[in-house]
Design a protein around this ligand. Structure first.
Ligand SMILES: [Zn+2]
Ligand SMILES: [Zn+2]
Length: 473
Protein backbone atom coordinates (compact mmCIF):
# COMPACT_ATOMS: atom_id res chain seq x y z
CA UNK A 1 0.00 0.00 0.00
CA UNK A 2 1.38 3.35 -0.89
CA UNK A 3 1.18 6.17 1.55
CA UNK A 4 0.56 9.68 0.26
CA UNK A 5 0.17 12.69 2.50
CA UNK A 6 -0.31 16.41 1.77
CA UNK A 7 0.78 18.92 4.39
CA UNK A 8 -0.14 22.59 3.82
CA UNK A 9 2.83 24.66 5.01
CA UNK A 10 1.70 28.11 3.88
CA UNK A 11 -0.99 29.96 1.92
CA UNK A 12 -3.77 27.45 2.52
CA UNK A 13 -6.89 29.40 3.54
CA UNK A 14 -5.74 32.65 1.96
CA UNK A 15 -3.70 34.10 -0.90
CA UNK A 16 -0.40 34.13 0.92
CA UNK A 17 2.88 32.28 1.20
CA UNK A 18 1.90 29.27 -0.94
CA UNK A 19 3.78 26.13 0.10
CA UNK A 20 2.63 22.48 0.25
CA UNK A 21 4.56 19.35 1.14
CA UNK A 22 3.58 16.09 -0.51
CA UNK A 23 5.03 12.81 0.77
CA UNK A 24 4.87 9.90 -1.70
CA UNK A 25 6.03 6.83 0.20
CA UNK A 26 9.03 8.69 1.57
CA UNK A 27 9.78 10.89 -1.46
CA UNK A 28 9.15 14.48 -0.40
CA UNK A 29 8.10 17.13 -2.90
CA UNK A 30 7.47 20.76 -2.01
CA UNK A 31 5.02 22.61 -4.26
CA UNK A 32 5.85 26.33 -4.31
CA UNK A 33 7.76 28.43 -1.79
CA UNK A 34 5.87 31.71 -1.64
CA UNK A 35 6.10 34.84 0.43
CA UNK A 36 3.04 36.60 1.83
CA UNK A 37 2.61 39.77 -0.25
CA UNK A 38 1.42 41.95 2.63
CA UNK A 39 2.93 40.50 5.79
CA UNK A 40 6.42 41.56 6.76
CA UNK A 41 9.63 39.83 7.80
CA UNK A 42 9.46 36.37 9.29
CA UNK A 43 5.64 36.50 9.28
CA UNK A 44 5.72 36.60 5.49
CA UNK A 45 7.37 33.16 5.19
CA UNK A 46 5.70 29.74 5.22
CA UNK A 47 6.17 27.79 8.44
CA UNK A 48 9.19 25.76 7.29
CA UNK A 49 9.49 24.24 10.77
CA UNK A 50 6.55 21.99 9.86
CA UNK A 51 8.79 20.19 7.35
CA UNK A 52 11.73 19.71 9.71
CA UNK A 53 11.34 15.94 10.07
CA UNK A 54 9.75 15.14 6.71
CA UNK A 55 11.44 13.67 3.63
CA UNK A 56 12.56 16.50 1.34
CA UNK A 57 13.82 15.80 -2.17
CA UNK A 58 12.65 18.51 -4.57
CA UNK A 59 10.81 21.80 -4.73
CA UNK A 60 8.76 22.49 -7.87
CA UNK A 61 7.71 26.11 -8.48
CA UNK A 62 4.48 26.83 -10.38
CA UNK A 63 5.29 30.42 -11.42
CA UNK A 64 7.32 33.50 -10.57
CA UNK A 65 4.74 35.53 -8.61
CA UNK A 66 6.00 36.41 -5.16
CA UNK A 67 3.30 34.42 -3.37
CA UNK A 68 4.68 31.27 -5.06
CA UNK A 69 8.45 31.83 -5.29
CA UNK A 70 9.36 34.63 -2.84
CA UNK A 71 10.60 32.41 0.00
CA UNK A 72 12.58 29.99 -2.18
CA UNK A 73 15.97 31.36 -1.05
CA UNK A 74 15.03 30.80 2.60
CA UNK A 75 13.66 27.33 1.90
CA UNK A 76 17.01 26.45 0.30
CA UNK A 77 18.94 28.06 3.13
CA UNK A 78 17.07 25.82 5.52
CA UNK A 79 17.14 22.65 3.37
CA UNK A 80 20.15 23.13 1.03
CA UNK A 81 19.99 19.66 -0.52
CA UNK A 82 16.59 20.26 -2.21
CA UNK A 83 16.53 19.97 -5.99
CA UNK A 84 14.73 22.98 -7.58
CA UNK A 85 12.74 22.60 -10.81
CA UNK A 86 10.69 25.24 -12.73
CA UNK A 87 9.81 26.02 -16.33
CA UNK A 88 12.57 27.86 -18.26
CA UNK A 89 10.48 31.06 -18.31
CA UNK A 90 9.89 31.04 -14.54
CA UNK A 91 13.63 30.64 -14.05
CA UNK A 92 14.35 33.59 -16.38
CA UNK A 93 11.86 35.82 -14.54
CA UNK A 94 13.18 34.72 -11.13
CA UNK A 95 16.60 35.87 -12.25
CA UNK A 96 15.15 39.40 -12.48
CA UNK A 97 12.85 39.41 -9.46
CA UNK A 98 14.40 37.28 -6.69
CA UNK A 99 17.22 39.72 -5.94
CA UNK A 100 14.63 42.37 -5.30
CA UNK A 101 12.35 40.37 -3.02
CA UNK A 102 15.29 39.07 -1.01
CA UNK A 103 16.67 42.57 -0.43
CA UNK A 104 13.29 43.81 0.83
CA UNK A 105 12.88 40.85 3.17
CA UNK A 106 16.44 41.28 4.47
CA UNK A 107 15.75 44.86 5.46
CA UNK A 108 12.62 43.80 7.30
CA UNK A 109 14.31 40.90 9.05
CA UNK A 110 17.18 43.10 10.14
CA UNK A 111 14.66 45.55 11.59
CA UNK A 112 12.86 42.87 13.60
CA UNK A 113 16.14 41.09 14.44
CA UNK A 114 14.94 38.00 12.65
CA UNK A 115 18.54 37.20 11.73
CA UNK A 116 21.06 35.54 13.93
CA UNK A 117 24.71 36.01 13.18
CA UNK A 118 25.70 32.57 14.45
CA UNK A 119 24.09 29.22 13.79
CA UNK A 120 22.81 29.04 17.34
CA UNK A 121 19.08 28.47 17.61
CA UNK A 122 16.79 31.10 18.95
CA UNK A 123 14.67 30.14 21.90
CA UNK A 124 11.49 32.03 21.35
CA UNK A 125 8.78 31.60 23.97
CA UNK A 126 9.99 28.11 24.68
CA UNK A 127 9.93 27.22 21.01
CA UNK A 128 13.03 26.54 19.00
CA UNK A 129 13.23 28.77 15.95
CA UNK A 130 15.59 28.31 13.09
CA UNK A 131 17.85 31.27 12.38
CA UNK A 132 17.75 33.01 9.00
CA UNK A 133 20.99 34.29 7.57
CA UNK A 134 21.36 37.28 5.23
CA UNK A 135 21.79 36.52 1.54
CA UNK A 136 24.34 38.10 -0.76
CA UNK A 137 23.53 38.81 -4.40
CA UNK A 138 26.20 36.29 -5.40
CA UNK A 139 24.41 33.62 -3.42
CA UNK A 140 21.14 34.45 -5.17
CA UNK A 141 22.93 34.14 -8.53
CA UNK A 142 24.22 30.71 -7.52
CA UNK A 143 20.76 29.70 -6.38
CA UNK A 144 19.29 30.68 -9.74
CA UNK A 145 21.99 28.77 -11.60
CA UNK A 146 21.08 25.68 -9.62
CA UNK A 147 17.44 25.79 -10.81
CA UNK A 148 16.74 22.98 -13.27
CA UNK A 149 14.19 23.75 -15.95
CA UNK A 150 11.75 21.61 -17.86
CA UNK A 151 9.50 22.56 -20.77
CA UNK A 152 5.72 22.10 -20.60
CA UNK A 153 4.61 18.47 -20.66
CA UNK A 154 8.18 17.14 -20.54
CA UNK A 155 8.27 14.33 -18.01
CA UNK A 156 10.99 14.14 -15.35
CA UNK A 157 11.54 11.92 -12.35
CA UNK A 158 11.99 12.86 -8.72
CA UNK A 159 13.74 10.08 -6.84
CA UNK A 160 13.67 10.01 -3.08
CA UNK A 161 16.86 10.12 -1.06
CA UNK A 162 15.25 7.65 1.28
CA UNK A 163 14.10 5.66 -1.68
CA UNK A 164 12.00 2.86 -0.30
CA UNK A 165 9.64 0.61 -2.29
CA UNK A 166 10.60 2.25 -5.57
CA UNK A 167 9.12 5.60 -4.55
CA UNK A 168 9.98 7.52 -7.75
CA UNK A 169 7.58 10.26 -8.71
CA UNK A 170 7.04 11.27 -12.34
CA UNK A 171 6.43 14.98 -12.71
CA UNK A 172 5.51 17.39 -15.51
CA UNK A 173 4.52 21.05 -15.91
CA UNK A 174 1.32 22.06 -17.76
CA UNK A 175 0.71 25.55 -19.14
CA UNK A 176 -1.53 27.31 -16.60
CA UNK A 177 -2.49 30.30 -18.81
CA UNK A 178 -1.85 32.72 -15.92
CA UNK A 179 1.45 34.49 -16.67
CA UNK A 180 4.50 33.65 -18.79
CA UNK A 181 5.97 30.33 -17.63
CA UNK A 182 3.11 29.55 -15.22
CA UNK A 183 2.41 25.87 -14.73
CA UNK A 184 0.10 23.37 -13.17
CA UNK A 185 2.10 20.45 -11.77
CA UNK A 186 1.21 16.81 -12.47
CA UNK A 187 2.71 14.21 -10.13
CA UNK A 188 2.36 10.47 -10.69
CA UNK A 189 3.39 7.87 -8.21
CA UNK A 190 2.47 4.24 -8.75
CA UNK A 191 -1.20 4.36 -9.64
CA UNK A 192 -1.87 7.69 -7.92
CA UNK A 193 -2.02 10.96 -9.85
CA UNK A 194 -2.05 14.38 -8.21
CA UNK A 195 -2.50 17.69 -10.05
CA UNK A 196 -1.68 21.04 -8.45
CA UNK A 197 -3.24 23.84 -10.52
CA UNK A 198 -1.00 26.68 -9.30
CA UNK A 199 -2.71 29.92 -10.36
CA UNK A 200 -4.74 29.07 -13.43
CA UNK A 201 -6.83 30.75 -16.12
CA UNK A 202 -8.81 28.65 -18.57
CA UNK A 203 -9.75 31.48 -20.96
CA UNK A 204 -7.41 33.50 -23.15
CA UNK A 205 -6.02 36.88 -22.16
CA UNK A 206 -4.57 39.28 -24.73
CA UNK A 207 -1.23 37.42 -24.68
CA UNK A 208 -1.66 34.32 -22.55
CA UNK A 209 -3.36 31.31 -24.02
CA UNK A 210 -5.93 29.50 -21.81
CA UNK A 211 -4.54 26.67 -19.64
CA UNK A 212 -3.78 23.11 -20.75
CA UNK A 213 -5.23 20.65 -18.25
CA UNK A 214 -4.23 16.95 -18.49
CA UNK A 215 -7.03 15.07 -20.25
CA UNK A 216 -7.24 12.18 -17.86
CA UNK A 217 -8.59 11.09 -14.54
CA UNK A 218 -6.79 12.70 -11.59
CA UNK A 219 -7.01 11.10 -8.17
CA UNK A 220 -6.23 14.23 -6.18
CA UNK A 221 -6.74 17.77 -7.47
CA UNK A 222 -5.29 20.74 -5.58
CA UNK A 223 -7.41 23.61 -6.90
CA UNK A 224 -6.79 27.34 -6.55
CA UNK A 225 -9.90 29.41 -5.69
CA UNK A 226 -8.88 33.09 -6.07
CA UNK A 227 -12.07 34.11 -7.89
CA UNK A 228 -14.38 31.68 -6.09
CA UNK A 229 -16.29 34.47 -4.35
CA UNK A 230 -16.69 36.64 -7.47
CA UNK A 231 -20.19 36.80 -8.95
CA UNK A 232 -19.43 36.28 -12.63
CA UNK A 233 -22.53 38.09 -13.90
CA UNK A 234 -21.18 41.43 -12.68
CA UNK A 235 -18.21 41.32 -15.09
CA UNK A 236 -17.72 41.46 -18.82
CA UNK A 237 -15.53 39.08 -20.80
CA UNK A 238 -11.95 40.16 -21.49
CA UNK A 239 -12.52 41.58 -25.01
CA UNK A 240 -15.67 43.47 -24.01
CA UNK A 241 -13.90 44.86 -20.98
CA UNK A 242 -11.08 46.02 -23.28
CA UNK A 243 -13.64 47.93 -25.39
CA UNK A 244 -15.13 49.57 -22.28
CA UNK A 245 -11.59 50.44 -21.16
CA UNK A 246 -10.86 52.11 -24.52
CA UNK A 247 -14.07 54.12 -24.42
CA UNK A 248 -13.44 55.53 -20.96
CA UNK A 249 -9.74 56.13 -21.69
CA UNK A 250 -10.66 58.11 -24.81
CA UNK A 251 -12.90 60.38 -22.73
CA UNK A 252 -10.05 61.15 -20.32
CA UNK A 253 -7.58 61.70 -23.17
CA UNK A 254 -10.01 64.01 -24.99
CA UNK A 255 -10.35 66.21 -21.93
CA UNK A 256 -6.54 66.44 -21.80
CA UNK A 257 -6.05 64.10 -18.84
CA UNK A 258 -3.50 61.39 -18.11
CA UNK A 259 -4.29 57.88 -16.89
CA UNK A 260 -2.43 56.05 -14.13
CA UNK A 261 -2.78 52.26 -14.14
CA UNK A 262 -1.29 50.36 -11.18
CA UNK A 263 -0.12 46.89 -12.30
CA UNK A 264 1.86 43.89 -11.07
CA UNK A 265 5.29 43.68 -12.70
CA UNK A 266 4.68 40.14 -13.92
CA UNK A 267 1.59 39.35 -15.96
CA UNK A 268 -0.77 42.28 -15.46
CA UNK A 269 1.79 44.76 -16.80
CA UNK A 270 2.42 42.78 -19.99
CA UNK A 271 -1.24 41.96 -20.58
CA UNK A 272 -2.33 45.60 -20.10
CA UNK A 273 0.47 47.00 -22.26
CA UNK A 274 -0.32 44.53 -25.04
CA UNK A 275 -4.06 45.29 -24.71
CA UNK A 276 -3.49 49.06 -24.86
CA UNK A 277 -1.17 48.73 -27.85
CA UNK A 278 -3.60 46.47 -29.68
CA UNK A 279 -6.45 48.93 -29.06
CA UNK A 280 -4.29 51.80 -30.36
CA UNK A 281 -3.25 49.85 -33.47
CA UNK A 282 -6.91 49.02 -34.18
CA UNK A 283 -7.78 52.68 -33.87
CA UNK A 284 -10.14 52.01 -30.95
CA UNK A 285 -7.99 53.91 -28.46
CA UNK A 286 -6.42 57.33 -29.19
CA UNK A 287 -2.64 57.13 -29.70
CA UNK A 288 -1.06 58.60 -26.60
CA UNK A 289 2.34 58.57 -24.90
CA UNK A 290 2.84 55.41 -22.85
CA UNK A 291 5.15 55.44 -19.82
CA UNK A 292 6.60 52.29 -18.26
CA UNK A 293 9.68 51.58 -16.15
CA UNK A 294 11.69 49.37 -13.84
CA UNK A 295 11.58 45.63 -13.49
CA UNK A 296 8.22 45.30 -15.29
CA UNK A 297 9.95 46.57 -18.42
CA UNK A 298 12.74 44.01 -18.04
CA UNK A 299 10.19 41.22 -17.70
CA UNK A 300 8.77 42.35 -21.08
CA UNK A 301 12.09 41.36 -22.68
CA UNK A 302 11.68 37.83 -21.24
CA UNK A 303 8.21 37.74 -22.86
CA UNK A 304 9.75 38.82 -26.18
CA UNK A 305 12.54 36.23 -26.03
CA UNK A 306 10.04 33.44 -25.35
CA UNK A 307 7.40 34.40 -27.89
CA UNK A 308 7.98 31.37 -30.14
CA UNK A 309 8.80 29.00 -27.30
CA UNK A 310 5.92 29.37 -24.83
CA UNK A 311 2.27 29.20 -25.98
CA UNK A 312 0.64 32.56 -26.60
CA UNK A 313 -2.06 34.28 -28.60
CA UNK A 314 0.02 36.40 -30.96
CA UNK A 315 3.57 35.22 -31.54
CA UNK A 316 4.42 38.16 -33.82
CA UNK A 317 3.71 40.78 -31.17
CA UNK A 318 6.84 42.16 -29.52
CA UNK A 319 7.12 44.62 -26.63
CA UNK A 320 10.22 45.98 -28.34
CA UNK A 321 7.87 47.44 -31.00
CA UNK A 322 5.66 49.23 -28.45
CA UNK A 323 6.78 52.85 -28.18
CA UNK A 324 7.33 53.55 -24.50
CA UNK A 325 8.83 56.35 -22.50
CA UNK A 326 10.67 55.58 -19.27
CA UNK A 327 9.07 57.26 -16.25
CA UNK A 328 12.35 57.07 -14.37
CA UNK A 329 13.70 59.65 -16.82
CA UNK A 330 11.02 62.18 -15.85
CA UNK A 331 12.26 64.56 -13.18
CA UNK A 332 9.01 66.35 -12.34
CA UNK A 333 5.68 64.57 -12.12
CA UNK A 334 4.03 67.66 -13.65
CA UNK A 335 5.45 66.56 -16.99
CA UNK A 336 2.95 63.69 -17.09
CA UNK A 337 0.12 66.24 -17.19
CA UNK A 338 1.47 68.53 -19.96
CA UNK A 339 -0.27 66.31 -22.49
CA UNK A 340 -2.40 63.17 -22.26
CA UNK A 341 -0.50 60.02 -21.43
CA UNK A 342 -0.97 56.51 -20.00
CA UNK A 343 1.33 55.39 -17.18
CA UNK A 344 1.70 51.73 -16.18
CA UNK A 345 3.43 51.55 -12.81
CA UNK A 346 4.01 48.92 -10.10
CA UNK A 347 2.90 47.86 -7.56
CA UNK A 348 -0.55 46.61 -8.50
CA UNK A 349 -2.10 47.50 -5.13
CA UNK A 350 -0.28 50.85 -4.84
CA UNK A 351 1.60 49.72 -1.74
CA UNK A 352 3.37 52.53 0.13
CA UNK A 353 6.82 53.35 -1.18
CA UNK A 354 6.23 51.97 -4.68
CA UNK A 355 6.06 54.05 -7.88
CA UNK A 356 2.30 53.62 -8.32
CA UNK A 357 1.78 54.89 -4.76
CA UNK A 358 3.98 57.92 -5.38
CA UNK A 359 2.24 58.73 -8.65
CA UNK A 360 -1.21 58.24 -7.09
CA UNK A 361 -0.52 61.03 -4.60
CA UNK A 362 -0.04 63.40 -7.54
CA UNK A 363 -2.89 62.01 -9.62
CA UNK A 364 -5.48 62.50 -6.89
CA UNK A 365 -5.21 66.28 -7.20
CA UNK A 366 -5.48 66.36 -11.04
CA UNK A 367 -9.05 67.12 -12.06
CA UNK A 368 -8.83 66.11 -15.72
CA UNK A 369 -6.90 62.88 -15.09
CA UNK A 370 -7.87 59.40 -13.89
CA UNK A 371 -6.68 56.33 -12.02
CA UNK A 372 -7.83 53.09 -13.66
CA UNK A 373 -7.63 50.00 -11.47
CA UNK A 374 -7.45 46.75 -13.39
CA UNK A 375 -7.33 44.04 -10.75
CA UNK A 376 -7.97 42.87 -7.23
CA UNK A 377 -7.10 45.15 -4.29
CA UNK A 378 -6.48 43.74 -0.85
CA UNK A 379 -8.49 45.66 1.81
CA UNK A 380 -5.29 46.55 3.70
CA UNK A 381 -3.71 48.43 0.80
CA UNK A 382 -3.79 52.06 -0.41
CA UNK A 383 -5.05 50.63 -3.73
CA UNK A 384 -8.21 49.48 -1.99
CA UNK A 385 -8.77 52.92 -0.45
CA UNK A 386 -8.39 54.53 -3.85
CA UNK A 387 -10.50 51.95 -5.67
CA UNK A 388 -13.33 52.54 -3.19
CA UNK A 389 -13.25 56.33 -3.41
CA UNK A 390 -15.06 58.63 -5.77
CA UNK A 391 -14.33 62.03 -7.23
CA UNK A 392 -15.03 64.59 -4.51
CA UNK A 393 -14.35 62.26 -1.53
CA UNK A 394 -11.60 62.87 0.98
CA UNK A 395 -9.29 59.94 1.66
CA UNK A 396 -5.99 59.17 3.32
CA UNK A 397 -3.85 56.65 1.47
CA UNK A 398 -2.46 55.04 4.62
CA UNK A 399 -3.30 55.12 8.30
CA UNK A 400 -0.68 57.82 8.83
CA UNK A 401 -0.96 59.95 5.70
CA UNK A 402 -2.84 63.22 5.51
CA UNK A 403 -6.33 63.36 4.10
CA UNK A 404 -6.46 64.26 0.45
CA UNK A 405 -9.32 65.32 -1.78
CA UNK A 406 -9.98 63.01 -4.74
CA UNK A 407 -10.13 65.35 -7.75
CA UNK A 408 -9.29 62.82 -10.45
CA UNK A 409 -11.70 60.22 -11.83
CA UNK A 410 -11.45 56.66 -10.50
CA UNK A 411 -12.52 53.78 -12.72
CA UNK A 412 -12.44 50.02 -12.27
CA UNK A 413 -11.85 47.36 -14.87
CA UNK A 414 -11.88 43.63 -14.42
CA UNK A 415 -8.97 41.91 -16.14
CA UNK A 416 -8.17 38.79 -14.15
CA UNK A 417 -5.42 36.25 -14.77
CA UNK A 418 -7.42 33.65 -12.80
CA UNK A 419 -10.30 31.40 -13.75
CA UNK A 420 -13.75 32.47 -12.74
CA UNK A 421 -16.10 29.98 -11.03
CA UNK A 422 -17.16 28.24 -14.25
CA UNK A 423 -13.52 27.76 -15.28
CA UNK A 424 -12.60 26.24 -11.93
CA UNK A 425 -15.56 23.90 -12.09
CA UNK A 426 -14.64 22.90 -15.64
CA UNK A 427 -11.25 21.70 -14.34
CA UNK A 428 -13.03 19.40 -11.89
CA UNK A 429 -15.36 18.18 -14.62
CA UNK A 430 -12.45 17.36 -16.92
CA UNK A 431 -10.27 15.57 -14.42
CA UNK A 432 -13.03 13.72 -12.47
CA UNK A 433 -10.99 13.72 -9.24
CA UNK A 434 -11.77 11.48 -6.26
CA UNK A 435 -10.61 14.25 -3.98
CA UNK A 436 -10.26 18.02 -4.28
CA UNK A 437 -8.11 20.09 -1.94
CA UNK A 438 -9.12 23.76 -2.08
CA UNK A 439 -6.22 26.23 -1.79
CA UNK A 440 -5.26 29.85 -2.62
CA UNK A 441 -8.46 31.73 -1.86
CA UNK A 442 -9.95 33.77 0.96
CA UNK A 443 -12.42 31.89 3.22
CA UNK A 444 -15.46 33.17 1.32
CA UNK A 445 -14.03 31.91 -1.99
CA UNK A 446 -13.09 28.52 -0.55
CA UNK A 447 -16.56 28.16 1.02
CA UNK A 448 -18.35 28.92 -2.22
CA UNK A 449 -16.21 26.47 -4.18
CA UNK A 450 -16.63 23.81 -1.48
CA UNK A 451 -20.43 24.05 -1.59
CA UNK A 452 -20.50 24.15 -5.39
CA UNK A 453 -18.35 21.02 -5.66
CA UNK A 454 -20.32 19.07 -3.04
CA UNK A 455 -23.51 19.93 -4.90
CA UNK A 456 -22.29 19.18 -8.42
CA UNK A 457 -19.94 16.27 -7.68
CA UNK A 458 -21.42 14.36 -4.72
CA UNK A 459 -18.94 11.49 -5.20
CA UNK A 460 -15.92 13.76 -4.75
CA UNK A 461 -14.32 14.33 -1.35
CA UNK A 462 -13.64 18.01 -0.72
CA UNK A 463 -11.04 19.39 1.69
CA UNK A 464 -10.29 22.99 2.61
CA UNK A 465 -6.53 23.10 3.19
CA UNK A 466 -5.38 24.27 6.62
CA UNK A 467 -1.80 25.05 7.55
CA UNK A 468 -0.24 22.24 9.57
CA UNK A 469 -3.18 19.89 9.08
CA UNK A 470 -2.12 16.86 7.04
CA UNK A 471 -4.43 15.22 4.52
CA UNK A 472 -3.80 11.47 4.19
CA UNK A 473 -4.66 10.08 0.75
ZN1 LIG B 1 0.04 34.19 -9.64
ZN1 LIG C 1 -0.95 33.23 -6.41
Amino acid sequence: MSRIRILPVGGAGEIGASCFHVDFDGTGIVLDAGMHPRKKGIESLPNFDLMQDLPLDAVLISHAHEDHIGSLPYLIQRFPYLRIVTTPQTRAIAELTLHNSVSILQEELAREEGYLSSTASLIDAGKERHPLKPYTHDEIDLLIQSIEYRAYEEQFTVSGYENRNNADVNASFWDAGHVLGSAGILLEHGRHTLFYTGDVRMRNQTLAHGAQIPRRHIDTLMLECTQGATEPSSFLEWEDEAQRFAQRANEIIEQGGSILIPVFALGKMQEMLATIWQLMEQGTLAKTDIYTGGIARKICTVYDRNRYVAPRMDKEFEFADVEQLDFFEIEQTQEFFRRPSIILATSGMMVEGTMSFRFAQQWLSEKRSAIFTVGYMDPDTPGYRIANAQQGNEISLTEFSERQKVRCAIEHFHFTAHSMRDGLISIVRRTTPDRVVLIHGDPEAIDWMGFALLKNFPETKVHAAEIGKAIEL
